[in-house]
Design a protein around this ligand. Structure first.
Ligand SMILES: [Zn+2]
Length: 97
């Protein structure tokens, strides 16, 4: 089971939690009820399994990566997806009858 490290954004309290991949992330600081954020600073989040075991993943081939149940660490947050919005259709002009 991987160990996740959290830090409170309000008071700086840090804690570690051993969770399985399917567990929900902690979000509330036990000390001050502040908001926790997950740290991925080299803690033992190691993907060990019979399906995927990659030690050398500097060029993380996202295409070949298996579907990860939880958020993958050390992956740059994806930018906002650009939704292909068609021409602005705020008001549909009614055809003159
Ligand atoms: Zn706190």
């Amino acid at each position: 089971m991987p160990t996740y490290q959290y830090a409170c954004t309000a008071c700086g309290h840090q804690l570690e939690a051993v969770q399985s991949f399917s567990d929900e992330s902690l979000t509330v600081c036990p000390a001050c009820d502040g908001k926790l954020r997950k740290l991925f600073s080299g803690v033992g989040v190691v993907f060990k399994g019979s399906g995927f075991y990659r030690t050398d993943s500097r060029n993380a081939a996202s295409a070949a990566a298996p579907a990860s149940p939880s958020s993958t660490p050390s992956s740059t947050p994806a930018p906002a997806q650009s939704t292909p919005a068609p021409s602005s259709s705020s008001s549909t002009p009614a055809p003159a009858a």
